[in-house]
Design a protein around this ligand. Structure first.
Ligand SMILES: [Zn+2]
Length: 416
């Protein structure tokens, strides 16, 4: 038997930050909330749930933190993304009750020159980040992740200097960002091993898919961190949504750690992860983003367990291991789904009380009295205006269970 490495690989899902900031993609705040709920059900360690200094996020973020207090979003860690500048830390802590933050600043020569245009030198970048981290510490932020944007194109000795300064200022972790998907699995292994052994802080891997290597780079980076004696955290998104060609797909990363030849039984994935929920979250995210799941998508694509050619079909029927590396049951697939093919009453922005009652009766949700039913109906109408899609059963259940919080989630008013 191979000995397991002691350190753990945990998942930080960034769908609600990188996923939603992607061109032409977005989620309503109720949909972001549902993603957090599903991630929590799935045992994902942390959700980067949004932008604490963006005004239209405030109610959503605070409402989700309330859900955490109530135990509905527990044990998942809800963390916000801000720039690594003092002002952002102060504003984030004034506008929200967030207790976990990732502070981001560019560390590559390309970006320091090409983005800051002489405004900040490399020394200034470290100075700003240190100041921001120290303020976060003073404000009792529990997890201070420091993100090196474009780490893969950064000078290695500068990246180490930056990370040591972050550690000294109170950082809990360093996020190694392969912002442009420039690394390959070999280069990221080497760089992260060097960084992790020099800094001795847990490393987050944040990779992009511009060269089609995102999952390979994410797990190679995690392997480097573990081999160097620190914990690893992989940033994922549901269905790989994210800037340009996307981020590391949540299901693929988990399956790669559990089933690939070099990881299986050797590297330890967070034990709380329950892959059985992956089918549900992937299909929900596809619906919410309005992006169909490709037939050949890992784990959740329509063809992921389909066999047609003679030899393959025969082989899979004789013994599934002939042509299937893992079981569909492991992913929560294989349950029959009931689809109404006759009359269907839906609840929407112009619904009346009778149709609405019918919808909730089918979900076996009862209301105390007419007044309560009318209140929930009003919220359901607003939720539908807000998502512009028929509400899912889980969304309807959520609104009936947490009406006050639901109201807060879809209440937004621009500042004067
Ligand atoms: Zn990114």
């Amino acid at each position: 038997m191979t000995k397991k490495k002691a350190n753990i690989i945990r998942i930080i899902d960034v769908t609600n930050r990188d996923g939603v900031q992607t061109s032409r993609l977005g989620l309503a705040k109720l949909q972001k909330t549902m993603i957090n709920m599903y991630l929590n059900d799935m045992g994902v360690y942390q959700s980067e749930f949004g932008f604490p200094v963006t005004h239209h996020e405030t109610n959503y973020l605070n409402a989700n933190l309330e859900l955490a207090k109530k135990g509905a979003l527990k044990p998942i860690v809800l963390e916000g993304w801000i720039r690594a500048i003092e002002d952002d830390v102060v504003t984030a802590t004034q506008m929200t009750d967030v207790k976990h933050l990732n502070l981001s600043i560019s560390t590559s020569d390309q970006m320091i020159k090409g983005k800051f245009k002489g405004k900040y030198t490399k020394k200034d970048v470290i100075k700003n980040m240190v100041k921001a981290a120290k303020v976060a510490k003073r404000k009792n932020i529990k997890t201070i992740g420091v993100n090196a944007e474009d780490a893969s194109r950064s000078d290695m000795s500068y990246l180490i200097e930056f990370s040591l300064a972050a550690k000294e200022a109170g950082a809990t972790r360093i996020r190694y960002c392969d912002t442009l998907g420039f690394d390959d699995p070999f280069s990221i292994y080497e760089r992260v091993a060097h960084l992790a052994s020099s800094v001795e802080l847990p490393i987050e891997l944040h990779c992009h898919n511009d060269l089609g290597m995102v999952v390979a780079c994410s797990i190679a980076g995690a392997k480097a961190a573990i081999d160097s004696g620190v914990d690893a955290y992989i940033n994922t998104t549901v269905n790989g949504m994210g800037e340009r060609a996307g981020n590391a797909d949540l299901a693929s990363v988990i399956l790669a750690i559990k089933h690939s030849s070099g990881f299986r039984g050797k590297y330890k994935l967070d034990e709380k992860i329950n892959l059985k929920k992956v089918w549900k979250i992937a299909t929900y995210a596809s619906y919410a983003f309005g992006i169909p799941i490709p037939v050949n998508q890992v784990a959740v694509g329509a063809n992921a367990f389909a066999h047609e050619s003679g030899i393959h079909a025969d082989g899979a029927l004789k013994d599934r291991r002939n042509y299937e590396l893992y079981d569909y049951e492991e992913l929560g697939r294989g349950e029959p789904e009931i689809i109404d093919t006759g009359r269907k009453i839906t609840a929407g922005e112009y619904s009346g009380i009778k149709g609405f009652r019918n919808v909730y009766d089918k979900l076996e949700i009862k209301f105390k009295n007419e007044k309560q039913a009318a209140e929930i109906l009003e919220l359901v109408r607003y939720a539908n205006v807000h998502t512009q899609k028929p509400l899912t059963e889980d969304e309807l259940r959520f609104i009936a269970t947490y009406p006050v919080i639901a109201k807060k989630i879809f209440t937004m008013a621009p500042l004067k």
